[in-house]
Design a protein around this ligand. Structure first.
Ligand SMILES: NC(=O)c1ccc[n+]([C@@H]2O[C@H](COP(=O)([O-])OP(=O)(O)OC[C@H]3O[C@@H](n4cnc5c(N)ncnc54)[C@H](OP(=O)(O)O)[C@@H]3O)[C@@H](O)[C@H]2O)c1
Length: 307
């Protein structure tokens, strides 16, 4: 049995990942402001920007691995508060990476597909980055800090969807919630991406730790689609009306933070190094549906103290 620390354990990835780890291994989840209720694993509240992670977590819990999912992941929030975004997304990962290296603890840093400008697509790990928004710039700076402080770290560039604590955190939930309420919504026809279902992503991250990979990896689905197609695929899977989704260009939206258009990433390196195939987005939408039917979506929401 291994001992994991997962930061961002109240977030979309961190909570799903911690629940998955807790089935066979031990996990301590770190959250900041969101108190949780009735979890099958231990949770500790701390602010990674101001509290002492090394003394309060590494020293006491002595984990085998830390999976760092905490971030300010909301693009508009990063535009509003660039200094806090930089500290949280760039400085903190470098600090924890250093502390883990010193103590021989495996460190996994979660980064983003948005480190690319999306002008070409099908990006490999060797391609040049060019982040556009404050969020993307701070995440790229976080990758650099982690690489400098801990060359053995895994840096996973991800994109994912799933069921969250609030029920509103992921793009999958956005489409599902609006379609089931019969609200007309927009779907971008010119933004391409490769989102993995969160449990597929969690499995891959745990396999990467197990075989002790290091360096940058694109941990995304093996296919790609536009955000409009993603919404339609969710509608079809749940038997909802896809004509509620209005196909429009992202240039017609009033989002403030600049978005990259073609965020298709190649997961070939990961597939080769793990010697396995990588799930598709459609595999993920299928599992997203199964997890709704088997009550997992509601189970996640019940961990919120507000419920
Ligand atoms: N969602 C996506 O599709 C996507 C795409 C690409 C990359 N990513 C990356 O994937 C990772 C996880 O994203 P997510 O969507 O799961 O994020 P999320 O749902 O927004 O959750 C963010 C988590 O970070 C915690 N956090 C923020 N500031 C903190 C601080 N100062 N101290 C301690 N904890 C702090 C939050 O804690 P509280 O809620 O308790 O305050 C929360 O648990 C991030 O690194 C993100 O950049 C996400």
């Amino acid at each position: 049995m291994s001992r994991f620390v997962v930061t961002g354990a109240s977030g979309l990835l961190g909570l799903n990942l911690s629940l998955q780890i807790s089935v066979n291994d031990e996990v301590l989840g770190i959250a900041n402001t969101s108190p949780l209720n009735g979890l099958p694993f231990e949770i500790q509240l701390m602010d990674l920007v101001s509290d002492n992670f090394e003394e309060d977590v590494l020293e006491i819990y002595k984990p085998d691995a830390v999976i760092h999912c905490a971030a300010i992941a909301n693009l508009e929030e990063c535009e509003k508060n660039p200094e806090l975004a930089y500290h949280t997304n760039a400085v903190v990962p470098g600090e924890i990476a250093f502390q883990c290296r010193k103590r021989g603890v495996k460190f996994v840093h979660i980064s983003t597909d948005a480190v690319f400008d999306g002008k070409s697509g099908n990006y490999s790990e060797d391609d040049l980055t060019n982040p556009l928004s404050v969020y993307a710039k701070t995440k790229r700076a976080g990758e650099e800090n982690v690489q400098n402080q801990n060359p053995d770290a895994i840096i996973a560039r991800v994109n994912f969807f799933g069921w969250s604590l609030s029920g509103t955190r992921s793009l999958g939930e956005f489409f599902f919630n609006n379609l089931i309420s019969k609200n007309p919504i927009n779907g971008f026809i010119d933004v391409n991406f490769c989102p993995l279902y969160v449990s597929h992503l969690s499995n891959l991250l745990l396999e990467m730790v197990k075989v002790d990979l290091s360096g940058i990896y694109h941990v995304v689905s093996s296919d790609h689609m536009t955000k409009y197609e993603f919404g339609c695929a969710i509608a079809n899977q749940f038997g909802l009306d896809h004509s509620l989704i209005n196909p429009i260009s992202v240039t017609k939206s009033n989002l403030k933070a600049e978005r990259s258009l073609n965020l298709t990433l190649s997961s070939k390196k990961l597939s080769n190094d793990l010697n396995r195939s990588i799930p598709t987005t459609l595999d993920g939408i299928n599992q997203f549906y199964e997890d709704y039917q088997n009550g997992y979506a509601q189970k996640i929401r019940n961990y919120s103290i507000e419920n």
